[in-house]
Design a protein around this ligand. Structure first.
Ligand code: NAP
Length: 409
């Protein structure tokens, strides 16, 4: 058996080589993604009790490893070293499709040779909060695999906990299967898990970034539950994409100018101009919906630039649900609208296993398409993250071939 195999070259099933190719970030390269990622040869990590070593076929591209490349808002390498981990590098990648290659002691739910996708939430199943019934995503032990943990999907072999292995839908190629879990299951949690604000038949739902990774999934999930998705985009091309995917209507945000932080309420000129513009945006929403109803749910992730609009537009007793602050974290909320109209601003992060399995059922049955729009070679991990950083990536989700190179993708 060789010490190192080429990408796409398969070692004898279940035999683990000493070394592997990996797309690696190091602290001295923190910065723009196309500089930060570099393919290197590193040791294959040991498999401990309860863990599974995966032979990665393909890996999905997500925004979290744009943050990892930049080294902010979190220096992921420094954070792990402070917790006692030895490695001075980061192998990212928070979703992917793979073949189970080795299992640690005590693993019973998968066997060597199984085809799986990875559910990216990591937690300690013995943690006291989980034992007392907490959703593992709210556990103090919760981490994002391939972002806050090392040995993620951007390598020939990746390390996961056994519960993170989910059967791969047969109808999907390796690259399709690599690209839907993270954005899809995150959107699924946002739209289906914050009772009583779950999508019901006939509910108008405003979806920011409708052609993006999260947005493309949110449009389809809203449809699957009978809701009426209205997507926001920044170009006609992206608008067409959302309509084809099932959006009932689209709004081009470039037609409006009131983005950013809420003006000072004591500055009547600036505040008046803001209100005028946000009302115009609201009229565009009614026009696209075809009736004068407000969104019962606003699907957020943009943050600082859009939260004031989201909170204003959201229906009485409706919910703005957010999983990110891509444009900044200081999201101004005019409390008058929050309490008088009894609105809810809800945080949502990642997804638990049930949400991942349920979303996978929707994908397996064809109700939700993975929206794979671009597939790169392994050497292009940095390039695809750079496209995402620059908001120049194609609509939907992107993936890279890892060992799928040369196999049935
Ligand atoms: P994405 O594919 O880049 O989509 C984001 C969309 O946001 C873009 O398509 C863009 O659409 C829109 N956008 C960008 N700048 C905007 C602005 N200034 N105003 C309004 N819209 C803007 O990214 P994604 O994968 O959907 O992820 C989005 C964010 O969610 C990232 O910050 C990511 O880290 C986070 N996230 C969090 C979790 C979690 O569990 N907490 C999970 C997944 C993702 P237009 O330009 O067409 O409007």
């Amino acid at each position: 058996m060789k010490e190192l195999y080429d990408l796409g070259e398969m070692p004898p099933t279940g035999m683990v080589p000493k070394k592997m190719h990996a797309s690696v970030i190091r602290s001295e390269r923190f910065g723009l993604p196309d500089q930060a990622f570099r393919t290197e040869v590193v040791d294959v990590p040991p498999v401990r009790r309860g863990q599974v070593l995966l032979y990665m076929m393909a890996a999905g591209i997500n925004y979290n490893n744009v943050w990892a490349a930049l080294g902010k808002p979190l220096d992921v390498i420094g954070a792990r070293q402070r917790k006692g981990e030895a490695e001075d590098f980061h192998i990212g990648g928070s979703e992917g499709s793979a073949i189970v290659w080795a299992v640690g002691d005590g693993v019973r739910n998968v066997e060597v040779g199984d085809h799986v996708v990875v559910s990216g939430g990591v937690w300690d199943e013995t943690a006291q909060d989980i034992r007392l019934g907490a959703d593992p995503m709210t556990s103090s032990t919760n981490l994002a695999w391939g972002y806050e943990t090392n040995f993620g999907a951007f390598a020939q072999f990746a390390l996961v906990n056994d519960y993170m292995c989910v059967p791969k839908p047969d109808r999907l190629s390796w690259t399709e299967a690599a690209a839907y879990v993270l954005s899809g299951a995150t959107a699924y949690r946002q739209l289906t898990s914050w009772q009583p604000h779950v999508v019901r038949p006939g509910d108008p739902v405003l979806i920011w970034g409708g052609s993006g990774g999260l947005g493309s999934m949110a449009i389809q999930i809203t449809r699957a539950f009978g809701g009426i998705p209205i997507a926001v985009v920044s170009s006609d091309e992206r608008a067409d994409y959302c309509l084809k995917l099932g959006a009932h209507g689209v709004i081009n945000r470039k037609d409006f100018s009131h983005w950013g932080r809420l003006p000072d309420i004591d500055d009547p000129g600036a505040y008046g101009a803001w209100v005028k513009e946000v009302r115009r945006f609201g009229s565009a929403f009614w026009e696209q919906l075809g009736e004068r109803r407000a969104p019962r749910i606003v699907f957020e992730h943009v943050g600082q630039n859009t939260i004031p609009t989201s909170m204003y537009l959201c229906d009485n007793a409706g919910m703005v649900v957010t999983c990110a602050g891509t444009t900044g974290y200081h999201a101004d909320v005019d409390l008058r609208f929050l309490w008088m109209r009894q609105k809810r601003l809800q945080g949502s992060h990642g997804y638990n296993l049930r949400q991942c399995h349920e979303l996978t059922q929707l994908v397996a049955s064809g109700s939700v398409d993975p929206c794979l729009s671009q597939v790169g070679d392994f050497s292009e991990v940095g390039k695809l993250h750079q496209l995402m950083h620059d908001n120049l990536h194609p609509a939907g989700n992107m993936a890279v071939r890892v060992n799928a190179s040369g196999h049935d993708e």
